[in-house]
Each structure stands twice: as structure tokens, then as C-alpha cells.
Write a protein that binds this ligand. Structure first.
Ligand SMILES: NC(=O)c1ccc[n+]([C@@H]2O[C@H](COP(=O)([O-])OP(=O)(O)OC[C@H]3O[C@@H](n4cnc5c(N)ncnc54)[C@H](O)[C@@H]3O)[C@@H](O)[C@H]2O)c1
Length: 421
């Protein structure tokens, strides 16, 4: 018999996961019910997945009032609602829950969810999708094989991309700590999760420096206006001009921004006039130097692990492309990862280009697809192996490190000793 899944949150992530369930797993899984606080989202998305009116919910209270409706639940709402919705899901009796990251910026909340899940026999998995990609899986496999000897250090850089940073962390949903979390948690809990996974040893100390260096009022160029389409005289040379990014630049220049129209308008299907209206009048048309953003646009975190190894994570919002770099040094060799290219050098031996994936997909998209495949295997009872599954226990580790980094940064980089969890 087919298994059933409900999804709460029908934005970018929720819709992507629904698509993967429908296109890759339809023989095993049915989408049973959907919930979103926006009627527009339900109207747009539910017909695509043949979910009838009576199983569309515009509030989580109405959804949970029905009791347990499916074998598994996906929660893909915005960050600030994760704790309350997940708590309600566990208390209602859902036993398999896939929750978007970050879980919460408050330690008492994410540890409560961990303990609650355990007490209620629920498996709570967090979407640290990169771990599921062939690329990072291969790195983990090489480290575990011992070919590099003992791990000495990891140097990892998250190049967010100038246009992506402006979209999400200056104009958009993750611009303010109060509405979401510090950027080192919102953006880099994946990177910290990867580093902790590679190290396989508890983190004992964290220090960090960083700031909101550039996207501030005082850096506005002469002639800048409050909005890009509101008479800005600096827009010609401004790479952040929203009119170019969302409306006029050709696809190759606007990069991923064109996929983000849904975020601008709240609609799944958009006419040019919808996007233009959003750029003219909405948050995403604001000058990047005149927003209410407060999260760091650059931050460096140094971590020491109990096995003596160290790691440095650099996050910056200023690269031309979105890509991650990872340099892992062991006592017998090193791995150099650049975007999706991975090279292994064994000291005194061979240098090899490591093949990670038969087809080229962004590590993120590939991770997303494989996360859902792993989730479906667990759902269908095809495996009960939780090795390398990103359960809430792993998340507590990455979130603890991110919060310690933030504490250190606020105190001028003073190291924070990690408590045993
Ligand atoms: N795993 C990853 O790599 C990854 C990548 C991007 C975003 N995210 C995370 O995924 C989550 C969703 O991101 P997104 O880009 O899809 O956001 P989104 O804003 O596109 O979608 C969120 C949806 O949830 C709905 N919603 C909000 N509050 C709700 C509530 N209380 N009840 C029901 N519905 C509610 C909104 O109406 C919206 O449709 C965020 O927490 C984000 O940080 C994770």
C-alpha cells in the first residue's frame, strides 16, 4: 500500500519537495493534504498535486485539529515558525517529520524539540541537504577510508553570491535576526553541519569575527533613491539594481534571481506586470543601502575539535557566483574541493580528480533530490539505517556551534568553550 505525506508551507522549498515526491516517488507515495497560511499558495499548488478542497488547510490549527492525517509530514514554512509547528506536529502524533533548517535560533527550543521527539517516538529529520549530495558524500567516504590519514584542518568558504545575498539577506526573508536568525545560522548551518560531520569529533571551542560591512546607509552611492525604480540616479552602474536583476537582464546575468519571482509576488505563476509591480512597490525593489537589514554580510568562524583538528569557515556575500570551496588537510594527503570539482593529492603519491556524480547538477539540487529519496526509503520501511541521516541530534551540534560563533562575534572574537551535550 502507498504511504501518505502532508506538507505545511507551499513556498519554494515545499513546492520543490512536492515535485520530487510526485515525479520520482509517485508509485510509493501519495500527497494527502496541504497547508499554507496563504490561500493563494493553496490555490496555486494544490491542483497540481490533485489535493481536493477538503484537504487544503489555511491554518496549522485547522490542520492539526484533524489529528494525524498521514504517515509523514514535511514542514517547509519560514524559520520563525519551525519551533511552534514542529512541536504541535509531535504532540499531535506525527512519527516521521522532515523539517526545514534552521530549526530555531533559540537553544532551549531546538533542544526541547529533540527531547520531545525522543519522548514521543518521532523521527525528526532536518533538511541539511548537502550531506546527501554525491559530492559531500564522496568527501565523507574518503575521510572515513583513512586515505588522508588523520584529519588536521578544514578550510571551508561559503561564497553566497552578491545577487543572492542581496535578494535573501538584504532585501528578503533572512535580512533581520529578529524575523529569522543570524546569517551564520540561517545560511551556514549546512556548512557547519558538514564540517562537524567530517570531523566526527566534538567541537570544544569556537571563536568568530564578522560584521555587516557593506549593506549600510552610509555606503549608498551619490544619487541613490529609496527604491531602484523610484528615480535612482546611480542604477546604471549598480549591480544590485532590482530592475536589472528581476526584470531586464538576460538570464545568464540575472542568474538564479529569475527563479525567485514567486518570492517577489507570492504567486506561483507570474506575468511580467506582476513582477514589475513587485519591484516597483515591494521589498525587493528597495535600494540595498536603504533596507532594514541587520545580519552580517561577512563572518569567519574558527573551530577546534576534541581530536585536535581545527576548522575555519568563511561566509561572504560578495562573490560573483554561488559556490563553496573546501580544503581538507590530513596527515597523509589533502582534498581540494572547488564548486563541484574535487581533487585528491596523496603526499608522495598520486593526484587524482575524484568523480562524484555521473551527471552535473548543483550540489544543492542533487542533495535535495537525494534527501527526499532517503526520506521515502525511511517512510516505506526500506531501511532503518540512520547513519548519516540528518536527525535533530546532528542539528543540535551545528546550531550550538553557530550560536557560539555569534556569541563570540558579539564579544569581539573571544573564544567560547562548548558545553558537552
Ligand atoms: N534546506 C535548504 O537548503 C534550504 C534552502 C532554502 C531555504 N530553506 C529554508 O526553508 C524554509 C522555507 O523557505 P522558502 O524559501 O520555501 O520560503 P517561502 O517563503 O517561499 O515559503 C514558506 C511558505 O510557508 C508559508 N507559511 C508561513 N508561515 C506559515 C504558517 N504559520 N502556517 C502555514 N504556512 C505558513 C508561507 O505562506 C509560504 O508559502 C525556510 O525556513 C528556509 O530557511 C532551506
Amino acid at each position: 500500500m502507498k504511504k501518505t505525506v502532508c506538507v505545511i508551507g507551499l513556498g519554494n522549498r515545499g513546492t520543490e519537495y512536492l515535485g520530487f515526491l510526485k515525479y520520482f516517488h509517485r508509485s510509493k507515495v501519495d500527497i494527502f493534504a496541504l497547508c499554507d497560511s496563504r490561500q493563494q499558495a493553496l490555490d496555486d499548488i494544490a491542483p497540481r498535486f490533485a489535493v481536493p478542497q477538503e484537504r487544503r488547510f489555511v491554518s496549522t490549527d485547522a490542520f492539526f485539529a484533524k489529528g494525524v492525517l498521514s504517515d509523514a509530514l514535511i514542514i517547509a514554512t519560514q524559520d520563525a515558525s519551525h519551533y511552534a509547528i514542529t512541536k504541535q506536529a509531535i504532540l499531535t502524533g506525527y512519527k516521521l517529520i522532515l523539517l526545514e533548517k534552521p530549526v530555531s535560533g533559540v537553544r532551549a527550543e531546538y533542544t526541547e524539540l529533540r527531547d520531545l521527539a525522543k519522548a514521543h517516538g518521532a523521527l525528526l529529520i532536518i533538511c541539511h541537504v548537502l550531506r546527501y549530495s554525491n559530492y559531500y558524500g564522496k568527501i565523507k567516504e574518503i575521510l572515513a577510508s583513512g586515505q588522508l590519514g588523520e584529519i588536521v584542518s578544514v578550510n571551508h568558504t561559503e561564497n553566497v553570491g552578491y545577487f543572492h545575498f542581496a535578494h535573501s539577506f538584504v532585501r528578503g526573508n533572512w535580512r533581520s535576526e529578529a524575523a529569522s536568525t543570524p546569517s551564520i545560522l540561517a545560511k551556514c548551518c549546512h556548512d557547519i553541519d558538514l564540517i562537524a560531520w567530517f570531523m566526527d569529533s566534538p567541537c570544544v571551542s569556537v571563536s568568530s569575527v564578522g560584521s555587516l560591512r557593506f549593506f549600510r546607509k552610509e555606503n549608498a552611492p551619490a544619487g541613490a533613491a529609496a527604491t531602484c525604480m523610484g528615480g535612482c540616479k546611480a542604477k546604471k552602474d549598480c549591480p544590485y539594481d532590482a530592475e536589472k536583476l528581476y526584470l531586464t537582464d538576460p538570464f545568464y546575468k540575472a542568474k538564479f534571481i529569475k527563479y525567485m519571482k514567486r518570492t517577489l509576488t507570492g504567486k506561483a505563476h507570474n506575468k511580467r506586470s506582476d513582477v514589475e509591480n513587485a519591484v516597483r512597490n515591494g521589498d525587493y525593489g528597495r535600494c540595498v543601502f536603504a533596507c532594514d537589514n541587520d545580519v552580517c554580510d561577512n563572518q569567519t568562524v574558527t573551530m577546534t575539535f576534541r581530536n585536535g583538528a581545527t576548522a575555519v569557515l568563511c561566509m561572504n556575500g560578495f562573490s560573483d557566483r554561488m559556490f563553496r570551496e573546501c580544503h581538507i588537510v590530513g596527515t597523509k594527503g589533502e582534498l581540494v574541493g572547488y564548486g563541484s570539482k574535487l581533487t585528491m593529492h596523496l603526499f608522495g603519491g598520486k593526484t587524482t580528480r575524484v568523480r562524484t556524480s555521473p551527471i552535473h547538477l548543483s550540489g544543492h539540487v542533487e542533495g535535495d533530490i537525494r534527501l527526499i529519496s532517503g526520506f521515502v526509503k525511511l517512510l516505506c520501511g526500506e531501511t532503518d539505517d540512520l547513519t548519516n541521516v540528518t536527525t535533530i541530534d546532528a542539528t543540535v551540534i551545528s546550531h550550538d556551534i553557530a550560536l557560539a560563533a555569534e556569541e563570540s562575534r558579539r564579544n569581539g572574537g573571544v573564544p567560547v568553550r562548548m558545553k558537552e551535550t
